[in-house]
Design a protein around this ligand. Structure first.
Ligand SMILES: NC(=O)c1ccc[n+]([C@@H]2O[C@H](COP(=O)([O-])OP(=O)(O)OC[C@H]3O[C@@H](n4cnc5c(N)ncnc54)[C@H](O)[C@@H]3O)[C@@H](O)[C@H]2O)c1
Length: 333
């Protein structure tokens, strides 16, 4: 099977590429390096199966780059996007260009290509402030409170309509907060960087009561592969997350513990109304994962285990988690 992974030099993309190549796929990566790094792919590009992976530096908003990348491809994993919710780091215009326009350009090339399936990484942010937790896929109305969430919802709708109109298969995964090795954004990366600068005090955006579910990147990659194999319908949507949630204060405690820091004082900085960290920060998020479980997928890690493993991977980049280490060292949830 030959796959195109857009955004394959990023956090989730590079972990996915490694798994695809290990599982016998041929992989083309298309990435413009706006946030990704060649180093993220070194393991894959230097592996025994390195001749099954090819890196194309190109932009999903340019149809000539996308058409070239799609040659001979059967399955497209579309991950390229700007995943930042905070508007000061991802303007509405940027969200539109990288998340909506890029998806449109890709779908235009996809509809007349040899590829039959597209897998799109969406987000829990499309639900906005859902009144039902855990939130199922059929929850409505979908009212994102961030422009990022809106841009990913627009991407979902484009994928759905192109697949229905042009007889292709589309799989949409709505991901919780993904953490793990090669991440250069998000709460764990942010806390570790701040604690390295000042091991006595940690600045937390918001009042620390924001409670969310965290997913370890290996579980995310397994879900991408599993959904791709198991999905039967022309378009299917799956929530993907762990089954518990934890608040940001607890995340701060775990990160401090894993860094062997005692007596870290927490300083809360109000970024937006109601104790949110920033405008568009959803206060409580937990996804109902009943549907993806019917494919045989189950999260291996809880939110707490995911945060512990992710912290270790940032602090010690060569750290490789195993289930044994997980049950001995971090089974404290
Ligand atoms: N990380 C999370 O917690 C999370 C949660 C929900 C959904 N997602 C989604 O998963 C996907 C991957 O997220 P990530 O955390 O790995 O982000 P990331 O920033 O690490 O990776 C995105 C990659 O896309 C590339 N890219 C961006 N615009 C591009 C363009 N126009 N052309 C080519 N390449 C481009 C970047 O260089 C980067 O390598 C995104 O679609 C994101 O919306 C992520």
């Amino acid at each position: 099977m030959k796959a195109l992974v857009t955004g394959g030099a990023g956090f989730i993309g590079s972990n996915l590429c490694r798994a695809l190549v290990e599982n016998g796929w041929d992989v083309i990566v298309l990435d413009d390096f706006s946030a990704g790094f060649r180093e993220n792919l070194l393991e894959t590009l230097n592996s025994a199966r390195s001749n099954h992976a090819e890196l194309l530096v190109g932009d999903c908003t340019k149809s000539e780059d996308v058409r070239k990348a799609l040659e001979g491809v059967e399955v497209v994993f579309h991950l390229a996007a700007n995943p930042e919710v905070r508007i000061e780091f991802n303007s509405p215009a940027n969200c539109f260009r990288q998340n909506v326009y890029a998806t449109h350009v890709l779908l235009e090339a996809f509809r007349s290509s040899s590829a039959h399936t597209i897998i799109f990484t969406s987000t829990s942010a499309i639900y906005g402030e859902a009144s039902v937790l855990p939130t199922p896929e059929y929850y409505a109305p979908l009212e994102p409170i961030s422009v990022y969430g809106a841009s990913k919802l627009a991407g979902e709708v484009l994928v759905t309509s192109y697949c229905r109109a042009f007889d292709k298969r589309g799989i949409i995964l709505r991901l919780a907060n993904v953490v793990g090795p090669k991440s250069n954004h998000g709460v764990v990366h942010d806390f570790v960087s701040k604690l390295r600068q000042n091991p006595r005090q940690l600045e937390i955006l918001g009042d620390g009561t924001q409670a969310k579910s965290y997913l370890y990147v290996d579980d995310c990659v397994d879900a991408l592969l599993r959904a791709c194999r198991s999905s039967q319908n022309d378009v299917e949507i799956f929530n993907v997350g762990s089954e518990d949630l934890m608040d940001v204060k607890r995340v701060a405690m775990i990160v401090s513990e894993e860094m062997r820091l005692n007596d870290v004082s927490l300083e809360f900085v109000q970024g937006a109304l109601d104790g949110r960290g920033w405008v568009g920060d959803v206060k409580n998020m937990l996804l109902d994962i009943t549907r993806i479980k019917t494919t045989g997928w189950n999260p291996r890690y809880t939110s707490e285990q995911a945060i512990r493993l992710a912290t270790r991977s940032v602090v010690l980049p060569t750290y490789v988690p195993t289930l044994e280490q997980t049950s001995i060292d971090i089974g404290r949830s």
